[in-house]
Write a protein that binds this ligand. Sequence first.
Ligand SMILES: Nc1nc2c(ncn2[C@@H]2O[C@H](COP(=O)(O)OP(=O)(O)OP(=O)(O)O)[C@@H](O)[C@H]2O)c(=O)[nH]1
Ligand SMILES: [Zn+2]
Length: 355
Amino acid sequence: MKLEDLGYNNNFETLRVKQKLDDFEIGRIRSEHKERYIVMTQKGDFEAEITGNMQYTAKSREDFPAVGDWVALATYGSNLGIIHKVLPRFSVIKRQAVGHVGEVQIIATNIDYAFLIQSVDRDFNINRLERYLTICNSSHVTPIIVLTKTDLVDEKHISEIKNNPRLSIKKVLVLALSNETKYGYETLISTIKKGKTYCMLGSSGVGKSTLLNNLSGRNIMETGSISQSSNRGKHVSSHRELIVLKNGGILIDTPGMREIGITDAVAGIETTFDEIMSLSEKCKFRDCTHTTEIGCSVLKALEEGRLEIKSYENYLKLQREQTHFESAVAKKRKADKAFGKMIKIHKKMKNRNKY
Ligand SMILES: Nc1nc2c(ncn2[C@@H]2O[C@H](COP(=O)(O)OP(=O)(O)OP(=O)(O)O)[C@@H](O)[C@H]2O)c(=O)[nH]1
Ligand SMILES: [Zn+2]
């Protein structure tokens, strides 16, 4: 397989040349498990770890490779490698690390488009869509809304959803699909571009696995994990999280992508709720929170029915989540600093006691 088939392009090549990585194999991370990575290259898949240096100089989880990354790899034998460098990412999807408040976990990188998937029968929820849009807009990922299971409702219901003013002002492509009748698949497939990378955001049961199977032409999800033989005589089982689709698109499907909270998403919120942003330009106070202030043009628009109350409420909710995350980060930084100081003092004392 050529690197271009995995999404490699001139931008990455320029970065590779700039960083003088001629002595390395270039590959893309397909999956990660406990800091062991499967890297896809022109010469096949390699199982790799990062260099000790990378391990020690990493300041946070964001400095480690993630699924979707392009890396420079020193290879050993036919399928082992050491990752020396991660090429700069053009987009990053991240979430708050589970169980580590204020810490970011990267879910996938170098993604061009995200399918925001909701099923029209029960799951359809604009608040959730606005959340996904916020994630895309803060990650440099272009959103495409995909409505699934259209065979379960009538056409009127689908057009009601499509014409919902909260949805239509977002100016995002909306596609409707059915796995039963295969309605919409042709359109969807024609929007997928060769060499571009896609991911799926959507709750459990909306039809992501079904979509993936249809697009890949294989029953990947039922297979679950695929065994690969390794030179060391044992089988490494690895979940396929990066799949090259029939028409040349690349689909990343990491488990973490399925439920995702927002992190540092100020810009994402602003883009998603741009109608609120443009109203806020006319607020009396520059730091208006649009909640109780006199002369707030957002509140005025609400009163006059020019702004959807539910969209406004969701805006406030995501904003609160964002602030909560930021303050957790600040607290953590402070604690880390204090801890660093303590270690320093401790070291000094230890050294003093030596002499
Ligand atoms: N009627 C109908 N059912 C569908 C359609 N697409 C998927 N389903 C069904 O919906 C159920 C859930 O589909 P999945 O593809 O497993 O959903 P998922 O999003 O991958 O779910 P998780 O793996 O839990 O994240 C399955 O029983 C599918 O057969 C569709 O277009 N129409
Ligand atoms: Zn205001």
